[in-house]
Ligand binder design. Structure first.
Ligand code: NAD
Ligand code: WQD
Length: 330
């Protein structure tokens, strides 16, 4: 069944790639974004590449009346809620802004959906809810315990949507816990283009590769990992967004609330990622090892078995493809 999907925060990195995957799979997309961390450009490119119209409404996902209007006017049948502030360090300095923006935009979106009679909801959660995991790979059944306000907003929203789904069986709700999305659409026409200084490793490496910065600061080489640098589960953005299509299309067959990890299932260290970018670009990426970053953890790798088995979704692109596509998009 073809859905008309409202993507809140859909102008951002993951949202614009999700729009591409949804349209490619035969769905329609409507976006509400307040452009605090994105521009509409990427969506214009997606519309052009897919030959599809994407209504983009500038507005805040905390605005219930606006969302009701958008859902009704566009005959929205499902919502993917991505609108959020996402910088961990900033969330420690501005917790109120994070709780207000992230939690309120989720409750407002759900309220608007209920008013409009739409009950299919996919939520952008994060592996950050696992905090410092006891062991890797991490299954969905692992204990959760976010260690910063950003992660706590994701954890709180997961509690809210679990309780909501339990209160009324019309709701079909899925929480997707993303590991570390990297790369770009194969066309190279849309990319991860954070406004301001990048917080994450791959966009930082890209800024060094393009000469915007001198070197990558590597946050510690004394972690208990094979080469001493942090290990993460980097997942190609197109694999990640195809996971959203699979989750959306599975909702009709689902009862209530489910949680899925979206990750590769493989750990890659900071040094390995730098080397993979060097191989993809033919460049040398200068780096300097510095102190550990506050709040960092040694390792975070997904067990994606549940999404593989239940959603029939698997990653098909490796880290070298992600590096090539990230570079191509620059
Ligand atoms: P992004 O910043 O590129 O996209 C988020 C979008 O939400 C932006 O376009 C921003 O303008 C918009 N936005 C923020 N607050 C809003 C509000 N109140 N109303 C309307 N629009 C609003 O980030 P992204 O990487 O594309 O992340 C998308 C989602 O995935 C977020 O919920 C994020 O927390 C989550 N996530 C991201 C990662 C990651 O590493 N990128 C990992 C796990 C989870
Ligand atoms: C990866 C590795 C760093 C930058 C964060 C959020 C998480 C999720 C994804 C949204 C770590 C190292 C990084 C740099 C470095 N976001 N690093 N130099 O920390 O796994 O996750 O983004 O939900 O919530 O916490 O990703 O890309 O910041 O770091 O050495 O300049 O790279 O120490 O080992 P992280 P990251």
């Amino acid at each position: 069944m073809s859905e008309t999907v409202l993507v809140t925060g859909g102008a951002g990195y993951i949202g614009s790639h999700t729009a591409m995957a949804l349209i490619t799979a035969g769905h329609n997309v409507v976006v509400v974004d307040n452009f605090v961390n994105a521009k509409a450009d990427a969506l214009h490119v997606v519309a052009e590449l897919t030959g599809s119209e994407i209504p983009v409404i500038e507005g805040d996902a905390r605005d219930v009346d606006l969302l009701i209007k958008v859902i009704n006017e566009h005959d929205v049948t499902a919502v993917i809620h991505m609108a959020a502030l996402k910088a961990v360090g900033e969330s420690v300095e501005m917790p109120l802004e994070y709780y207000s923006n992230n939690v309120q935009s989720a409750t407002a979106t759900l309220e608007a959906m209920r008013e409009a009679g739409v009950y299919k909801f996919v939520f952008s959660s994060s592996a950050t809810v696992y905090g410092d995991p006891e062991s890797c790979p991490i299954p969905e059944t692992a204990s959760i315990g976010a260690t910063n306000p950003y992660g706590m907003t994701k954890q709180m929203i997961e509690v809210i949507i679990r309780d909501l789904a339990a209160s009324d069986d019309r709701w079909k709700i899925t929480s997707l816990r993303y590991f570390n999305p990297v790369g770009a659409h194969e066309s190279g026409e849309i990319s991860e283009a954070p406004l301001g200084k990048p917080n994450n490793l791959m966009p930082m490496i890209m800024e060094v590769a393009t000469g915007k910065r001198d070197k990558v600061m590597v946050f510690g080489d004394d972690w208990p990992t094979p080469d001493g640098t942090g290990v993460r589960d980097y997942i190609h953005i197109m694999d990640l967004v195809e996971g959203h299509v699979a989750a959306l299309e599975h909702l009709d067959a689902q009862d209530g609330y489910e949680v899925y990890n979206l990750g590769q299932g493989n750990g890659v260290s900071v040094f390995e990622l730098i080397r993979a970018v060097e191989e993809a670009t033919g460049l040398t990426i200068p780096f300097e090892v510095t102190d550990r970053r506050a709040g960092d953890i040694a390792e975070c790798v997904a067990d994606p078995t549940k999404a593989n088995d239940v959603l029939g979704w698997k990653t098909t692109r490796d880290i070298s493809q992600a590096c090539q596509d990230a570079w191509n998009s620059q």
